[in-house]
Design a protein. Structure first.
Length: 283
């Protein structure tokens, strides 16, 4: 039986772009802002947001850089990326601007002063915790290429929701995000056989998904960069080839600052515990 691609955009599924109303002056940190929780990481601040969403039947999980950090990669996080089902994005944004939550969160512009008009993140809802240097954005699940549902979610020791490891890595393969794939492989130090046992490695990256992302990105640019290369790779590439190329080259990514006697990958030290099994202020 043919498999169903939940990320394929069929008739009648086109979503209108959001029409945000920004809070003036709320897009940048202020001198009188409190430091975010957990020594500035904002982890407990973000946990509260995810609990609000879940209490209102909006499943969510942390993706992007936050997921990479949870799975052991050394990344710097500007904003928390909260993935929600595409059809519930508007509901989530409205919820955070209504009732008791309106006094806690402001809808703000995406990174004032930076030209983000050519990437889809410019269209996402971005929020700031009022009076706190804490920012998060709502990412539609179709753009993250993740089925955002409880069965695909695991939790950190602090209770924050993240995509399960196989779900997250599968999304890297399906979107042909080889940089993110490399980081999660080195952060988790999973084996090649683990991938054979837990991932769908037959076939290729999701070209239909890439075509949709590229089409919408070009529409944002109003055709100005029509002759540029695609915003995301849209040429088929074997998922197994991508997987093997990253898990077989972990040692190649060690430089002189990370001797093999101490490091097993660029992010992992010999015999250290899996990061997601340790209580951390970062996740």
């Amino acid at each position: 039986m043919a498999s169903i691609n939940p990320f394929k955009k069929g008739p009648g599924k086109k979503l209108p772009p959001p029409k945000p109303v920004f809070t003036p002056g709320a897009g940048s940190p202020h001198d009188d802002d409190e430091r975010a929780s957990n020594h500035g990481h904002g982890t407990d601040n973000t946990l509260r947001v995810t609990r609000i969403l879940e209490e209102h039947d909006i499943p969510c999980c942390l993706v992007g850089i936050s997921a990479l950090i949870f799975y052991g990669a050394a990344r710097v996080r500007p904003d928390w990326e909260i993935c929600v089902p595409t059809e519930l994005v508007d509901k989530a944004a409205e919820l955070l601007q209504s009732g008791p939550y309106a006094s806690d969160y402001s809808l703000v512009e995406p990174w004032p002063g930076r030209d983000l008009s050519l990437i889809l993140i410019h269209t996402y809802y971005r929020f700031k915790s009022k009076g706190i240097n804490h920012y998060f954005i709502l990412v539609p699940s179709r753009d993250a290429h993740i089925n955002c549902e409880p069965s695909n979610i695991t939790r950190s020791l602090r209770g924050l929701p993240y995509p399960k490891l196989d779900v997250f890595i599968q999304s890297c393969l399906d979107t042909r995000d080889e940089l993110q794939l490399c980081d999660v492989v080195d952060g988790t130090n999973v084996s090649e056989q683990w991938g054979e046992d837990n991932l769908q490695l037959d076939g290729y990256n999701d070209v239909e998904w890439a075509d949709d992302i590229n089409r919408r990105s070009k529409e944002l640019a109003n055709g100005k960069f029509a002759h540029w290369a695609p915003f995301v790779p849209d040429i088929p590439k074997s998922r197994r080839e991508m997987w093997q190329s990253k898990v077989r080259t972990k040692e190649d990514r060690l430089d002189w600052t990370k001797p093999k006697e101490i490091f097993v990958t660029q992010y992992r030290i010999v015999d250290d515990p899996d990061p997601w099994t340790v209580l951390s202020d970062m996740y």
